[in-house]
Structures are given as C-alpha cells and as structure tokens.
Design a protein around this ligand. Structure first.
Ligand code: MTE
Length: 316
C-alpha cells in the first residue's frame, strides 16, 4: 500500500456524535410511533436492522469521509478512485458460494440471504494498516451464522474469501503490471471467523453498501487491519491449511496473515503507535487529529484469548 497521505476534510462535513445520536433517537422514536415512508427509511429501516449492543463509545466518522476516502484497488489506487470509478459495478443480482470442507456446500442468493439473516447495526472502530482510522455504523450479520448453515467439517481449520473479478466493471485490474495478484483474496482462522465480532456487512450508515465500500457484501473484522476486511465477496471456501492472501503474496514482510492491530509492532516503513482519525481535524485548526492505537484495536478483552501463547511479533 502506498505511504499514508493526509485527507483534506472540510469542517462543514463533520457531524458531531451528539448530533448524530440525537437524530438517531428521533428516528427511533418516529419508527416506534408508527411513522413510515421516507422518514423511517432514512434511518435503518431500509435494511430492517435492529440496534445491537456492539457499540463503541467514539465519535462516528462523517459518512462523507467513509464513502469518499477508500481503499478498493480494483477501482484504482487513489483514495478517491473507488467512489469515482465504481459506478459501472453491478452489485445485483449477487450469489455467494460456500464450499470446501463443509457438509453442505451451498450457493446463496444475496436477497434471500438478507431476508433470512438477523440484521443488526454495530458501531465499530476500523483501523487501516496505513495508520488512519474511522468509526463506522455497519449493518450486517455474524459470519458464524452463515457458516453454521453449511456445517463445517472437523477437518476445516481456515476460511478463505475471494472478491469477484470483473475487469470490464473494474478499471483498476487491467494493465501490464497489475497492482495485486487478482482476484483479491483474504483468510481467517476458523475460530476467528466464528468469533461474534466478525460480521458480514451489507450496509453502512443505515443504508445498503455503496460500491466503493464493498457492495453488496463484505467482511468486517474490527480487531484486524482493514485489508483483512475483504469487499464484494463471491466465494468462501473452508480449508485445512492457511490460505493465500493478496497482500501477503504481494509483500510478505509487510503484511502478515494475522494482521491484528498492534501498536507494538511497527510496519517496516512506518510506526503503528498512533493513528489519524478521519474527520477529527488536525493541522492548523488545533489538535493533532491523532490518537494512540490500541492493541487489537481496543477489542482485546474479546479476542486476546484467541492468540494465547502466540508470539505476535512473529505472527504479525
Ligand atoms: N477488498 C478488496 N477486494 N480490494 C481492496 O483493495 N482494500 C482493503 C479492504 N478490502 C481492499 C479490500 C483495505 S486496504 C482497506 S483499509 C479496507 O478495505 C477499506 O475499506 P473502506 O474503503 O470501506 O474504508
């Protein structure tokens, strides 16, 4: 990934958390009072999700930042490319195949799946390996709920994920010197995949995912660097050995398989001790817009036990 570049964010685009929360309370009240139509659909009613208790107590990143400052190399390597060049990408209809070491390999139609899965909204921290971070309200369901349906075999130890590859709709994948070995691939250990914090997201800010954020369905693993959260997934395969992953193939010394957020282990080219919070100001107008990075991105109470006895300097 290229070195970090500071985003330019206008102060008019920054919504305070209290304002956001007030709006949410109003919307919840409106729904409870039985109001429908455009009012309710601008809250999370569009996705019919319930509020969950997985809510981090941080200021939510302005939607404008989370949807215009993206990494999605299939559409280009600049932060503004995915929003600018993903307009031709068709997220519907969509099927996801789950196969490999499972009792019941299945192909799911996404619309059917969304109608059946219990959708909930979670507000998670999201920390990119490039040392910027955001706080995002995701709508989705637990990956464990999906994997249970295909019944993983006892021999399955890892889960491999693959992004759809459509050169005709993705202007970033062609050329003589591809940026990555496409399709984009990622992987988790099975216990990481089954962890309740690991979700498949179909929405952000109460609405369906825009193309640049990984429509129509992506992974979100909040205690790992953002590149593990693979977008536009079309295939999931359960396997018995550690799967090949796109960034690890590209630069194994820089991007490990685990990639747990860890301020004690610097990237070979930059420090991971701090992060720049998108939308938090900085520069001339006071404050640095930075915060100290927390181990496991602050989710250590929930996930540290998954790595008991492992050397996280070696397994980065
Ligand atoms: N998934 C695919 N298919 N292609 C990508 O380039 N970039 C990753 C991850 N998932 C990427 C991807 C990286 S580096 C990050 S930080 C996050 O997506 C960014 O997610 P966001 O754009 O929704 O913030």
């Amino acid at each position: 990934m290229p070195a970090y570049r500071a985003p330019f964010i206008k102060s008019s685009e920054i919504t305070s958390r209290s304002l956001y929360m007030k709006r949410r309370q109003f919307m919840t009240g409106a729904i409870a009072a039985g109001l429908s139509g455009s009012l309710a659909s601008s809250a999370n009613a569009a996705l019919n999700a319930k509020q969950s208790s997985y809510i981090v107590n941080d200021k939510i990143t302005p939607k404008e930042d989370a949807t215009t400052y993206n990494n999605y190399y299939e559409f280009g390597t600049s932060k503004s490319d995915p929003a600018a060049y993903s307009g031709d990408f068709k997220p519907q209809p969509w099927k996801i195949r789950i196969d490999g070491m499972v009792k019941k390999p299945m192909e799911f139609d996404l619309q059917d799946l969304m109608a059946r899965m219990p959708l909930e909204e979670r507000i998670y921290r999201f920390r990119c390996v490039e040392a910027w971070s955001m706080v995002v309200p995701w709508t989705g369901f637990m990956l464990s709920e999906l994997l249970k349906q295909v019944e993983p075999l006892g021999s399955a130890k890892f889960v491999a994920f693959q992004t759809v590859l459509r050169p005709e709709e993705m202007p970033g994948v062609g050329g003589f010197a591809p940026v990555l070995d496409w399709p984009y691939r990622e992987g988790l250990r099975l216990d990481e995949a089954m962890h309740p914090l690991t979700i498949m997201a179909v929405g952000i800010y109460g609405d369906v995912l825009p193309n640049q954020n990984g429509a129509p369905i992506r992974l979100v693993v909040p205690w790992k660097y953002g590149f593990k959260s693979i977008k536009s997934i079309e295939r999931i395969t359960l396997v018995d050995s550690q799967p090949v992953t796109a960034w690890n193939v590209s630069a194994p010394g820089e991007y490990g398989f685990y990639s747990n957020v860890n301020p004690e282990r610097d990237h070979p080219r930059w420090s991971q001790a701090q992060e720049r919070v998108l939308g938090a100001g900085g520069g001339f107008f006071g404050g640095t817009g930075k915060r100290d990075t927390e181990k496991f991105n602050g989710y250590g109470d929930e996930v540290a036990s998954l790595y008991a006895g492992m050397d996280l300097q070696v397994n980065y």
